[in-house]
Ligand binder design. Structure first.
Ligand SMILES: [Zn+2]
Ligand SMILES: [Zn+2]
Length: 345
């Protein structure tokens, strides 16, 4: 009998702890997106460091921090080393965090590239020392990129501070470079970032991504603790797995989410917004907009009123349509440097 009461007591304590925990974290701990068609919307960060290169976090700390911040998938990308992968994957499996094998490398005194998804037999060669011309003392970049492809990997152009050069264009034409960082949290205002849309980033990369058909990414490049509201790459994956994520990046199904803005291709943004924002008409002709996702959205009613409103994560708001239909310009959802996504409700 004592045992029975004891276990009931433990159960009650456990429930109280969960309730208290949920209340303490509140809504900020919700990270989930609704499914978009057949795709899971996963929160990714594909560029970060540990003590295996110049980071200050151990692999365990990095994995646990990633999980706490709500990421679904990460790649640890130490300079010239994939060493963190095995431990990260082991820990990630236990936490339900997908881990992709990665490392950072690139041109001699030039472009930095993040390599993702190479197989276990791949060994980084001459990291950050790839030669621009054949016959120089280190590996010629074309050979290095071909080697990545041979081992099943892809390349993301990291913090594109150098501007567009021959080697990046060649990698793109070969289908090996498939993405670019629009935002890198760690370079801050340096590394040839530009100030626009209220933050420091690489706005030119939007046009390059559209021109060269690259996935748009936002990465933290964290060396130590990540900042609050860190950069996120949303990945539209058919399955929640390493392969599913890599397939999605190869198919350019990504949206960069940073500093309160979503940046991506018009079609994908439209699909996301139609799944995430639901509109219901009330009997007196008003419209209730419900946000089913974690993105804080800023809308502007098109037409006579021009009302600007805020639609909080998982929140709702009531809008008065000036007409039979309601057209909203989403002020923080961008598919071009001057183009906001507009939707009719
Ligand atoms: Zn770098
Ligand atoms: Zn880095």
């Amino acid at each position: 009998m004592i045992r029975k009461y004891y276990s009931r007591f433990v159960c009650i304590l456990a429930v109280l702890a969960i309730v208290a925990g949920t209340a303490a974290f509140g809504q900020s701990q919700r990270f989930d997106f609704p499914k978009v068609g057949n795709y899971y919307v996963l929160r990714g960060d594909f560029h970060m460091h540990t003590i295996n290169s110049d980071g200050s976090f151990t692999t365990r700390d990095r994995v646990e921090e990633s999980k706490e911040l709500g990421y679904d998938v990460i790649a640890i990308t130490d300079h010239g080393r994939t060493r963190a992968y095995r431990v990260a994957k082991y820990l990630g499996d236990q936490l339900g965090l997908i881990v992709i094998r990665g490392h950072e490398t690139g041109m001699n005194k030039g472009e930095h590239y993040v390599v993702l998804g190479v197989d276990s037999t791949y060994t980084p060669i001459d990291s950050h020392r790839w030669a621009r011309n054949r016959g120089e003392e280190t590996i010629f970049y074309q050979d290095a990129m071909k080697d990545v492809a041979k081992h099943g990997g892809i390349i993301i152009w990291a913090h594109p501070h150098t501007g567009l050069n021959e080697c990046t264009i060649w990698g793109a034409e070969q289908g090996i470079i498939v993405g670019v960082e629009l935002k890198n949290d760690v370079v801050g205002e340096g590394w040839n970032t530009e100030k626009s849309h209220g933050t420091s980033w690489y706005p030119s990369a939007v046009d390059w991504a559209l021109k060269y058909n690259w996935a748009m990414l936002a990465c933290t490049d964290a060396h130590g603790k990540r900042k609050q509201n860190p950069a996120v790459t949303l990945v539209f994956a058919k399955e929640r797995s390493e392969q599913g994520v890599l397939e999605a990046i190869r198919a350019r199904r990504t949206i960069a989410w940073f500093d309160g803005m979503l940046w991506g291709r018009k079609e994908l943004l439209s699909e996301l917004m139609s799944a995430m924002v639901k509109a219901e008409r009330t009997p007196n002709g008003k419209l209730v907009l419900k946000n089913l996702g974690p993105v804080d959205l800023d809308g502007e009613v098109q037409g006579a009123t021009g009302k600007v409103f805020d639609l909080k994560p998982y929140g709702e708001t009531v809008v008065d349509p000036p007409d039979k239909t309601l057209t909203i310009r989403w002020l923080n959802v961008w598919y071009g440097l001057k183009e906001n996504l507009t939707r009719v409700y």
